[in-house]
Structures are given as structure tokens and as C-alpha cells.
Design a protein around this ligand. Structure first.
Ligand code: HDE
Length: 765
């Protein structure tokens, strides 16, 4: 039944979509951002209070039955309503992106801190009071649209700036380098990493023969391999990862002077990851983990923020580095060229419709504005072709720029015409230039009117299929990356390689990889080999680099290592960028009937004060009786919640509660897993018994004098004051992970498991 009160159609006003209480609306008052919201609102639709109609606007009387010849007879071809509905449904899907198919998007704005006029004439980088609307899409690369967020993979970090001078797309990744140096290798790389073509396995995973076969023959990938095997490939949240433009671009100022520039995004919440065991479990418990995290943070008003950083290099310094600025497998160490933070990106509004916005957004590295230009990086050059081309298939024709999410806020006037799904109704007689019939309109813009001019780089060369010799150092920066990692990070890289190479079915690929790893670091190769039950080979029967042209002499095209000017780059280790913010971190509180609800509330309040949250996890959903007699809602049951979905665990006081938790294998597993994943664990009063039972603390560790006792991120207080405990717990939470436990874990488990079994027996479980 319709809830409609009158027969008039309701016009949907800008920003009036009642289903969202989102930030952009709260953000009203900043001209440019409003401009994009208003632009999008022209295409929004809401059904509240409206009649159901056909696509032609005809009101529908019966949406339950098709038109038939008799109520038991055949359906009639005449039923235009049935045919329209089914036809539309049949064509709902569009091809998913060839790569980066799985992604999540959000709206926001960018604001520069100070005018960058000295370096670039880009209008959105001039005025600190101007907010430029943006749409950002994060993604994984290898998996299909429905794959898990937690794959070990590179993450896409694509930003569309709707500037007053047209759209600028910064289509980057969360790693600053790439696998290959030349665009012509991209289809090979992607075919190798995607599920194998004969049986379409595995999904969203690089741990299979074809990927490592390709990599083992392409030493130029080794630097990137270090990154994708590192914790960077399994972020805790999109909100907690860096972004990079990867290629070297150009800034050009109003005087026409150009400089090289590398773009960075620096998250204000610091850099954080999960561990591989956790990632695999999250993939089962909540494959939408990153999507949900982004969505919820924005809904809760915890707007994700990144600073835009730039590394600027004078043109005269182009050749002063021990690598080539045009080589996308290299980064400029921040210790050599510091990153200047020039502005801030804030995401403050979730999309209204996933398909219309996140799926249909079309990024293109070629979308630049005056003041930003390209370099001759051969990967960048190939991308300039690919992004426009791919949309023709994905979005069905050349008019995808008219889709609301892709539409610039800057006016569009040109002589491009027609094509599938054309929306614009171009008026007038002329669609060519020059013309006299329209007074020459639309006319070209001078540079002083924001007309785009390409940087006039001098090129004087032979046409040649060849790679520059300056691109042949494939290992120095891989070594630099490995040497710059903390001990825990190095261990994770080694384990990742053991996992990935351990999944291979063709032994020679492992051997080739070990030889390549040995070029990066001998101990790295040896330790990976140990895990594979192999020895590092000393030589192979073929050259390291097999990606050579047919008539070339392979010996001339083998990798060379140049001496790096620095031994380590602290900027490359996530351990140096944790920050101490616990904002938006989630603490699971394990409770059963009879738990100390008053202490729990105090801890919850203390966590909220620092921007974190506490959620209850109980043996069953519904309510749980607190010690004080209050009934408290269980946010999760032990089945719907899991420690991998939280950042820390707290077990409150309460003899009956703890007794009931000790009877639940899921509760014990919850805490043990949090321990193994190096998360902060806390317990007060009787709650400490649960940690005792697991061997995470011994009775003697716990001071009964009221002070909380913290060791390796396990905070316990048998009879402590709750305030002191809360302060200690939050201090440990600020450290995020307690990696020293990784080496303790085995002995702790050896200790813990018999104790847990004994307790379970005593309890008759
Ligand atoms: Fe992409 N890439 N790419 N890529 N890429 C695409 O464009 C391509 C590369 C990146 O959220 C596709 O619209 C080639 C590097 C992101 O919609 C496609 C080459 C970097 C996204 C394409 C590269 C990226 C894409 C697939 C080598 C980091 C997702 C669908 C020459 C700097 C954007 C689409 C989104 C998507 C081609 C290499 C980042 C096929 C040919 C390097 C973040 O056009």
C-alpha cells in the first residue's frame, strides 16, 4: 500500500536524501564541495511517499502477477510491465574492472595548507580557504568484485579531485613502486596473478604457480615483491595506510618552470596492519572488513584523514640519484628528498548508491589540470592509454564522463557528439572547430584563462624498443627496503614468502625465487629456504632475467646492483609510523551473567574518552545480567563476534561470569587468538583467572596491592583500582601490537594448552 498523501510528484532537493545523516551535509557552507553535492543531487531519487511506476512513469496497479490468459494460463507477450522489469534485471550487471574490481568509495574534500604557486599553477593548490570536492576509491587488485578485502595484495588508492579547472585523478596505490617497468608487461603480470585460466583458482591470491613463475623470470619485480610480502599488503584499515602516486610527475608553475614531483598520502591515524593468520580468519568472519570499517567510521563521524605529501626535485637534479626517476620500480628515499605535507584530504560522506558511484566511477591517470604534467616513465605512458580505453567496455561507450560521479564541476563544452547513452542535448548548428556560424564557440582558452598546455619537454631520440641501462638495478632498493624493516616486519616478510612459495606445485619456480631473494639479502633467502626445506641454489641453468627481446644478448640485460647512498630508510618501516592514537579502535569485552558491569562501564567511559569503543561479547545474544542487577545488551555472541574483528580484549571481574566463560571453548580461543595476534589483553578481578587458565599470566604476576600489572601487552589487576587499570590498559593499547610475543607465543601455548585442558576437565567440559 502506498504511503503517499497527494498525487503530486516530490522534487528531491540537493542533499535532501533522508537516509543519510552524513558529513557533507554537516559541512554545508564551503562553496566548492556543495557544488559537487548539488551536481550529484540532480540525479538522486527517493521513493518515500511515491507511487510505483514503470520506467515510463506509468503507475503500476499490480506488481504481484504477470498478465496471463486465465489464472492458470500462459503469460502474454503483451505484458509490457513484466518485459520491462525482467529486461532491466537481465542487464543489471556491467563488466567488473579487469584489475581493482573489489573496492569501496567515499566522498570528501581536499584543502591545501598554503599556496603552492611557486611550484604549480593548479588552481586547487593555491587557496587554503578553498575546499575541493573529491571521490576516493580504495581497492584490492587481483580479486573479483565479490572477493575478500583481506587478500594479501596491493591496495589501490584512487582520488578524483573535482577542481574548478576540471577533474584531476591521482590514481595511486598503497605502495610506492610497481612490479614492472614497462606498460607492455602489464597484461602478462595481470594474467599471471589472476586465477589460473584452466580451473580459475585461486581467487584473490598470489600464492600460485603462474604468479611466481612470472616473477621468478622478472627480477625487476623484486623491490615490489618486498612490499607485497610485507605487512603493507594486509592493512588494518584503508584509513591506516599510505598512498603513493608511484610515478614521477611534473609540477609546472605559471612561469612555465617545471619540477619533478612524487605524490604521497600520509594517514593521520598512522600505519597499521593485521597479521596473516588474522587476515585469513577475517576473510571468513567478515570479508567486508575494510569496506565496513570505512563505512562505519564515516557514519560515526570519525572522518578518515590523510595529508598530501610531495617530494619535489629540480629538473637539473634529474640525474643525481643512483636510480632513474623514470623507473617506477624505484622510490626516492624520504631521507634524501623529504616529503613536504601540503594539504589534507578528509572523507566525510558515504556514497548514496554503491553502483551509481563506487562502481561507475572511472579514474584516468590522464585526467590532469593545468600545472600538473607527465614524465616519460614508460609505465605511466602506457597507463595514459589504458584507463580511457577500459571504460569503453566497462561503462559501455564514450559518454561515461556524463555519469554523475564522473561529471566535472567545471563546465564542459566541446564538439564531441553522440554515442551510446548520450545525456547532453547539444544545441545549435555547429559541432566543429573552427566555425563562423557560432562565432567560433566554444573557443580555446589562453593559459591565463586556465587553458591546458603540455610541458614542452625537449625530445631528440631514435625510435627504439629498448630499456634504458639506468633501469637495470633491480635489487638495491629491495635490499634497502628489507634492511629498513623492524625485526618483526622482517619476520613477517619471511613467513609470507614461505607461505606463498610453499603453495607452489612446480619446484623449479621456488629455486629460481630463492636465487632472486639471495640477490636481495642472503639471510632472507636462507630463512625462506629453511621454511621450504630447501637450500639456496648457488646458480641456475639460465640467466636471472628472462624478459629479454628475441635477438638481444641476455648477458647484457642482466640486473646490476649499484651502491645505494643510504643503508636504511627509517621512513620505509611501518613500525616508525604507528602514532599513538587509539581513535576508532575496538575493544571486545568478554562477559557472562554476573560480570562486574560497573567496572565495565568505567572502562568503557575511559576508552570513549580517547576515541576508542568497547563492545560486549557474551555466550549468547540478548541481555546479560551484571553484578549490580542491571541487564546489559550483548553486542555480539561468541559465534557472531571474533577476536580478529577487534583490536583488544578485556575480561571484567565477576566469578560467575568468568566461570561461564571458562566453560566456553570459543571464549578461551577468543583470548588466545588475541594473544597470538599480539593484541592488548586486559583482565580485572576474577577475569584474571581466565588469563591464568590460559597461561598468559601466572598468579605470581598479579600484584594484589591494587596496581595493574602489564607485561607484553597483557594487563591484569586482581584487586586494583579500575582507573589505574584503565590508564595502563589504554597505554598498552596505544602500542597497537606487542610483537615480542611472537617469539614467546610457542612457549606460552605449550604452557597454556595443558592448563586449559585441565581446567576444562575440572569444569566437566
Ligand atoms: Fe592501473 N588500471 N594499470 N595501476 N589502476 C586500472 O582502470 C593499468 C597501475 C590503479 O578504483 C584499470 O578503470 C595499466 C599502477 C588503481 O577505479 C585499467 C598499468 C598503479 C586502479 C588499469 C597499470 C595503478 C587501477 C582497470 C600498467 C598505481 C583502480 C579498471 C601500465 C600507481 C581505480 C580501470 C578505481 C585500475 C590499467 C598500473 C593503480 C585496466 C595498463 C602502476 C588504483 O585501465
Amino acid at each position: 500500500m502506498s504511503t503517499r498523501k497527494n498525487g503530486k510528484s516530490k522534487k528531491v532537493k540537493a542533499g535532501s536524501n533522508g537516509s543519510q545523516s552524513n558529513g557533507a551535509r554537516r559541512n554545508a557552507g564551503y562553496g566548492a564541495i556543495d557544488q559537487k553535492i548539488e551536481d550529484l543531487s540532480k540525479n538522486t531519487e527517493e521513493s518515500a511517499g511515491e507511487f510505483l511506476t514503470s520506467d515510463q512513469g506509468v503507475r503500476i496497479n499490480d506488481n504481484q502477477n504477470s498478465l496471463k490468459a486465465g489464472n492458470r494460463g500462459p503469460s502474454l507477450l503483451e505484458d509490457f510491465l513484466l518485459r520491462e522489469k525482467i529486461t532491466h534485471f537481465d542487464h543489471e550487471r556491467i563488466p567488473e574492472r579487469v584489475v581493482h574490481a573489489r573496492g569501496s568509495g567515499a566522498h570528501g574534500y581536499f584543502q591545501v595548507y598554503e599556496s603552492m604557486a611557486q611550484y604549480t599553477r593548479a588552481a586547487f593548490l593555491q587557496d587554503p580557504s578553498m575546499r575541493t570536492p573529491v571521490f576516493v576509491r580504495f581497492s584490492t587488485v587481483a580479486g573479483s568484485r565479490g572477493s575478500t578485502d583481506l587478500a594479501r595484495d596491493v591496495r589501490g588508492f584512487a582520488v578524483k579531485f573535482y577542481t574548478t579547472e576540471g577533474n584531476f585523478d591521482l590514481v595511486g596505490n598503497n605502495m610506492p613502486v610497481f612490479f614492472i617497468q614497462d606498460a607492455i608487461k602489464f597484461p602478462d603480470l595481470v594474467h599471471a596473478v589472476k586465477p589460473e585460466p584452466h580451473h580459475e583458482m585461486p581467487q584473490a591470491a598470489s600464492a600460485h604457480d603462474t604468479f611466481w613463475d612470472f616473477i621468478s623470470l622478472m627480477p625487476e619485480a623484486m623491490h615490489m615483491i618486498m612490499w607485497v610480502m610485507s605487512d603493507r599488503a594486509i592493512p588494518r584499515s584503508y584509513r591506516m595506510m599510505e598512498g603513493f602516486g608511484v610515478h614521477t610527475f611534473r609540477f609546472v608553475n605559471a612561469a612555465g618552470k617545471a619540477r619533478f614531483v612524487k605524490f604521497h598520502w600520509k594517514p593521520l591515524l598512522g600505519l597499521h596492519s593485521v597479521v596473516w593468520d588474522e587476515a585469513q580468519k577475517i576473510s571468513g568472519k567478515d570479508p567486508d572488513f575494510h569496506r565496513r570499517d570505512l563505512w562505519e567510521a564515516i557514519e560515526n563521524g570519525d572522518y578518515p584523514e590523510w595529508e598530501l605529501g610531495v617530494q619535489i626535485v629540480e629538473e637539473r637534479d634529474e640525474h643525481k640519484f643512483d636510480f632513474d626517476l623514470l623507473d617506477p620500480t624505484k622510490l626516492i628515499p624520504e631521507e634524501i628528498v623529504p616529503v613536504q605535507r601540503i594539504g589534507k584530504l578528509t572523507l566525510n560522506r558515504n556514497p548514496d548508491n554503491f553502483f551509481a558511484e563506487t562502481e561507475q566511477v572511472a579514474f584516468h591517470i590522464g585526467n590532469v589540470v593545468p600545472g600538473i604534467d607527465f614524465t616519460n616513465d614508460p609505465l605511466l605512458q602506457g597507463r595514459l592509454f589504458s584507463y580511457l580505453d577500459t571504460q569503453l567496455t566497462r561503462l559501455g561507450g564514450p559518454n561515461f564522463h556524463e555519469i554523475p560521479i564522473n561529471r566535472p564541476v567545471a563546465p564542459v563544452h566541446n564538439n564531441q557528439r553522440d554515442g551510446f547513452m548520450r545525456q547532453t542535448i547539444n544545441k545549435g548548428q555547429t559541432s566543429y572547430d573552427p566555425n563562423s556560424l557560432r562565432g567560433g564557440c566554444p573557443f580555446q582558452a589562453g593559459m591565463d584563462m586556465s587553458g591546458f598546455t603540455s610541458y614542452a619537454e625537449r625530445i631528440d631520440a631514435q625510435k627504439i624498443r629498448e630499456r634504458s641501462p639506468s633501469f637495470f638495478d633491480h635489487f638495491s632498493q629491495a635490499t634497502l627496503f628489507f634492511n629498513s624493516q623492524s625485526e618483526a616486519e622482517q619476520n613477517h616478510i619471511i613467513k609470507a614468502l614461505r607461505f606463498e612459495l610453499g603453495k607452489l606445485e612446480t619446484p623449479p619456480i621456488r629455486e629460481r625465487m630463492l636465487l632472486l631473494l639471495a640477490q636481495v639479502d642472503k639471510s632472507l633467502a636462507r630463512r625462506v629456504a629453511e621454511g621450504l626445506g630447501l637450500k639456496v641454489p648457488t646458480k641456475l641453468d639460465q640467466p636471472l632475467n628472462m624478459s629479454v627481446p628475441a635477438d638481444a644478448d641476455p648477458r647484457k640485460l642482466q640486473p646490476k646492483k649499484s651502491k645505494s647512498t643510504i643503508e636504511t630508510s627509517p621512513a620505509l618501516s611501518m613500525a616508525n609510523h604507528l602514532g599513538d592514537s587509539v581513535r576508532t579502535r575496538k575493544v571486545a569485552c568478554l562477559i557472562g551473567d554476573g560480570f562486574d558491569d560497573e567496572s565495565f562501564l568505567e572502562i568503557k567511559k575511559a576508552l570513549m574518552t580517547v576515541g576508542a569503543s568497547a563492545m560486549t561479547v557474551a555466550p549468547h545474544l540478548g541481555t546479560v545480567a551484571g553484578m549490580s542487577g542491571e541487564m546489559v545488551k550483548a553486542d555480539f555472541s561468541l559465534l557472531t563476534g571474533s577476536s580478529v574483528l577487534f583490536d583488544a580484549v578485556y575480561v571484567p571481574d565477576g566469578a560467575a561470569s568468568v566461570e561461564s566463560l571458562l566453560r566456553e571453548p570459543e571464549a578461551l580461543n577468543f583470548v588466545l587468538e588475541a594473544y597470538r595476534h599480539c593484541k592488548t589483553i586486559g583482565a580485572t578481578g576474577d577475569g584474571v583467572r581466565l588469563l591464568n587458565a590460559l597461561g598468559l599470566v601466572t598468579q605470581t604476576d598479579n600484584r594484589a596491592n591494587g596496581e595493574a600489572d602489564a607485561e607484553a601487552g597483557v594487563v591484569s589487576s586482581v584487586a586494583g583500582d579500575i582507573d589505574g587499570f584503565a590508564a595502563e590498559f589504554i597505554a598498552e593499547l596505544r602500542m597497537h601490537r606487542h610483537w615480542q610475543r611472537e617469539s614467546l607465543a610457542t612457549s606460552t601455548f605449550e604452557r597454556a594448552l595443558p592448563i586449559a585442558e585441565r581446567d576444562a576437565k575440572q569444569l566437566g567440559v
